[in-house]
Structures are given as C-alpha cells and as structure tokens.
Design a protein around this ligand. Structure first.
Ligand SMILES: C[S@@+](CC[C@H](N)C(=O)[O-])C[C@H]1O[C@@H](n2cnc3c(N)ncnc32)[C@H](O)[C@@H]1O
Length: 218
C-alpha cells in the first residue's frame, strides 16, 4: 500500500483506498485490506465520482483537510463515507432529499460521528443554512436541470470566502438538446458570474459518462 499525492488516499496497484474509520464494516460492498493493523477500504471510481476525479488527475490540494463541508446529494453515502475516512475531525453535513435514500444515510451517520445528515431539498438552502453555518468545502452531485443555480445558491449561503467547491455536473440532466460543450461552458459562466473562480474542468469518462467535474474557489 503506497501513499498518493492526496492526503489520506492510498494506492495498491491501480486501486485507491482510504483508511476505514469504522473498522470491520463495509458501506458499498468494497474490499477491505488489513496491513500492519490498519484497515483500508477500496474506493471505486466507477461508483464514486470523487474517486473518478482523483484518477482523472485532480491536484493534490483537492482533498486537503477541512473542518467543515457541505455535501449535496448524499445518496446511500458511498462517497460521503470516504470523506468521513479522510477527515475524522471535520463536520460533514450531508443533504439528501429522498426519504428512502435518507434511511441508509442515517444508519451510516450513526456509525460515523463526523457525518451530519439533513433530509432536505438542496434547492432550498435557507432550510438548513442556520444549522450548517459556514463551510470550507461544498460538494454537489445532484442530477437536476438547475444544477448550476443550486450550487451557486448553496455557495452563497454556506461557502466561506476562499473555500473550495466541487460540482459534479451531469450534463444530460441540464438538457438533451444542446451539445455537452455548450452546457459546460454555460455552467462555467454561471459560476463565474456568481464570483466563483473555476480552477479546473475534468471530464469523468469512462468512470461516469457525461459528467464533468468543475472545481472552484469562492
Ligand atoms: C447520483 S446520486 C449521488 C451519489 C453520491 N453523491 C455518491 O457519490 O455516493 C444523486 C442523489 O442526489 C439526490 N438529489 C437529487 N436532487 C436533490 C436535491 N434537489 N436535493 C437533495 N438531494 C437531491 C438524489 O436523491 C440522489 O440520492
């Protein structure tokens, strides 16, 4: 098991791993490997767009430690669980709007104290802004037509000046009618108009088709 450029992320061959903050327990059917009394969990880029972003070439500062993060679209907690591994001291607020999906997320949060799940619609940050406060990292993975607007509103509500943002843009959820490049360009413009500096744009294929990661700074 080797260290990587991203703090807390390890590699064995082509596979990525994080150190399991909940030893003995799997979250998404991942492989567990114990070496020198440390348990590692595999992090599959086909199941987590954040792992895909790492594999496709994220800079080493992308996952530097934060004290607080807001994650929109937590689903069952696959990616969230790896952030929980990476940042044991952080408060990771996780917004999910589907009550069905929220149940396993809640169960995960009971085992991992740094996860704080919120059952809410990310289109309405005013519902949770007071609980979340100001965060150092905003992450969004919701397949909605108005993804850029949701990201901007949440950044304006909760992201600290100088904070990092990661928008996992699902291009085809915005519209089927215009070319993907135009949608990405319009999204970049919307973010920049809101004062977010776009640092990088990374296509996530073949891991997540028609997804582009936009990494920003507030
Ligand atoms: C692609 S899945 C997220 C996968 C997850 N980020 C991961 O990597 O493990 C998208 C999730 O966003 C949720 N979602 C969609 N629209 C939302 C909204 N407006 N507010 C909150 N959650 C939303 C869906 O219910 C779904 O669970």
């Amino acid at each position: 098991m080797e260290s990587t450029a991203w703090p807390g992320v390890f590699r064995e061959g082509r596979e990525l791993f994080t150190i399991n903050a909940d030893p003995g327990h799997r979250v998404h059917g991942e492989t567990l490997r114990t070496l020198d009394a440390v348990e590692y969990r595999s992090w599959d880029p086909f199941r987590s767009k954040l792992a895909a972003l790492l594999v496709r070439g994220a800079t080493s500062d992308l996952l530097g430690p934060v004290r607080s993060a807001l994650y929109l679209g937590g689903a069952h907690g696959t990616t969230v669980s790896h952030l929980s591994d990476l940042w044991p001291e952080a408060a990771v607020f996780v917004v999910e709007k589907s009550p069905t999906t929220f149940a396993p997320l809640l169960a995960l949060a009971r085992r991992r104290e740094n996860l704080l799940p919120i059952l809410a619609d990310a289109q309405l940050p005013e519902r949770y802004r007071a609980d979340v406060g100001t965060v150092e990292l905003l992450y969004q993975d919701v397949a909605q037509r108005n993804q850029a607007a949701i990201f901007v509103e949440n950044a304006q509500s909760c992201l600290a000046p100088g904070g990092r943002g990661i928008l996992m843009l699902k291009v085809r959820s915005v519209t089927q009618r215009r070319p993907a490049a135009a949608i990405v360009r319009e999204t970049r413009v919307a973010l920049e108009r809101a004062g977010l500096a776009v640092r990088s744009e990374v296509a996530l294929a073949p891991f997540a088709r028609e997804h582009v990661a936009l990494v920003v700074t507030a």
